[in-house]
Design a protein around this ligand. Structure first.
Ligand code: SAM
Length: 332
């Protein structure tokens, strides 16, 4: 075993004991499910790759099971961001026990308000097209939070901002198994959806393994997938994130129909037929393909074609078929 994996923490009560000691009942409203099996938390951290001497941010550490597995690998700095203040005493205990080996910072905060630039200020950075910087994000979050968070983080990746102002920092996150399968779903896969295309536009994604629901306390109704994301050196689109998201969402809105049916809804009703055809012709994409049958490259071409049409008809960009009629009328 390498030095990086051999760190033994001084004897500490187990996470199970701590949960009892501090009466840390999982809160349903925060969708808390705790992992107690060290072999599984070690496996999650191993999936993140080399973290020895790197900066790691763990989001949602809860009572600290994954945190222990991270500490054992001796990162240079470990930042934990936890929303629920009840976990502060157990996290303080871990910080104290590991203080001679790892610089640990505890932030009781919502991850969405956390300032990554400040947290990683003492880390080195790498050029975007160089290898990833020595920074990792790891988290076992509630499912709803992790899906929203990955969209938010993809947006920041597209802007090379926040944690990604330091380079292509990778992430290791858990999702409901079905969501993990959707994230990595290749073309023609029945799970392929908006999330697949958005994630694959900006990241290399890998569904590493699945954790059975019974490994959690309390047991959720579903199994859990561990997914790694490494931002691509060359994203498949270089367009404004919100515009790309709108195009992909609108096309997948009619999943079982030909893609042109959903794609046409990017345009107001009176221009729908004409501009829908133009969109697919400009993108050189067969309009009689279903959304899940389109490759990432075809989606990228559709986004660029949409951008061209918006340049020709500037008001089109403000049009959203889901918005009430009067909002669209005001925008046009
Ligand atoms: C599913 S539990 C996992 C706890 C621990 N990581 C484990 O694996 O046992 C998710 C944790 O994320 C925390 N959390 C939820 N939303 C959060 C947010 N927006 N920012 C930071 N932490 C959050 C919850 O309080 C909880 O501790």
């Amino acid at each position: 075993m390498s030095v990086a994996t051999s760190l033994r923490l001084p004897p500490l009560p187990t996470v199970r004991d701590l949960i009892k000691l501090y009466k840390l009942r999982a809160l349903r409203q925060l969708s808390q499910n705790f992992l107690l099996d060290e072999r599984i938390t070690d496996k999650i951290v191993k999936a993140a790759g080399k973290i020895h001497n790197h900066h790691v941010l763990e989001v949602g550490p809860g009572p600290g099971s994954i945190t222990r597995s991270i500490i054992k690998r001796q990162p240079k700095k470990l930042i934990v961001v936890e929303k629920d203040p009840r976990f502060l005493p157990t996290l303080e205990l871990l910080k104290e026990a590991s203080q001679n080996h790892v610089k640990m910072e505890i932030e009781i905060n919502d991850i969405r308000s956390y300032n990554f630039e400040a947290g990683f200020a003492d880390s080195s950075s790498n050029e975007w097209t160089d290898r990833p910087p020595p920074i990792h994000l790891i988290g076992n979050l509630p499912f709803s939070v992790s899906t929203n968070l990955i969209i938010r983080w993809l947006h920041q990746i597209s802007q090379k901002s926040s944690a990604w102002s330091f380079g292509r920092a990778p992430m290791t996150l858990t999702f409901q198994k079905e969501v993990a399968e959707r994230i990595v779903a290749p073309v023609t896969d029945e799970q392929r959806c908006r999330l697949s295309v958005m994630c694959q536009f900006w990241c290399d994604v890998d569904h590493k393994f699945t954790i059975p629901g019974k490994a959690f306390l309390p047991k959720p109704d579903v199994d859990v997938g561990v997914v790694t994301f490494t931002p691509l050196k060359y994203p498949l689109v270089k367009l404004e994130f919100k515009m790309v998201e709108k195009v992909i969402r609108t096309i997948f809105n009619m999943r079982q129909k030909y893609a042109i049916k959903g794609g046409s809804r990017l345009f107001p009703e009176n221009l729908r037929d004409e501009l829908g055809l133009k969109l697919f012709a400009l993108a050189d994409v067969d309009q009689r393909t279903r959304p899940f049958e389109l490759t990432n490259e075809e989606y990228a071409r559709i986004c660029y074609a949409y951008k061209l049409i918006c340049e020709e008809y500037p008001d089109i960009e403000k049009y959203d078929f889901r918005a009430p009629k009067n909002v669209n009328a005001a925008a046009m």
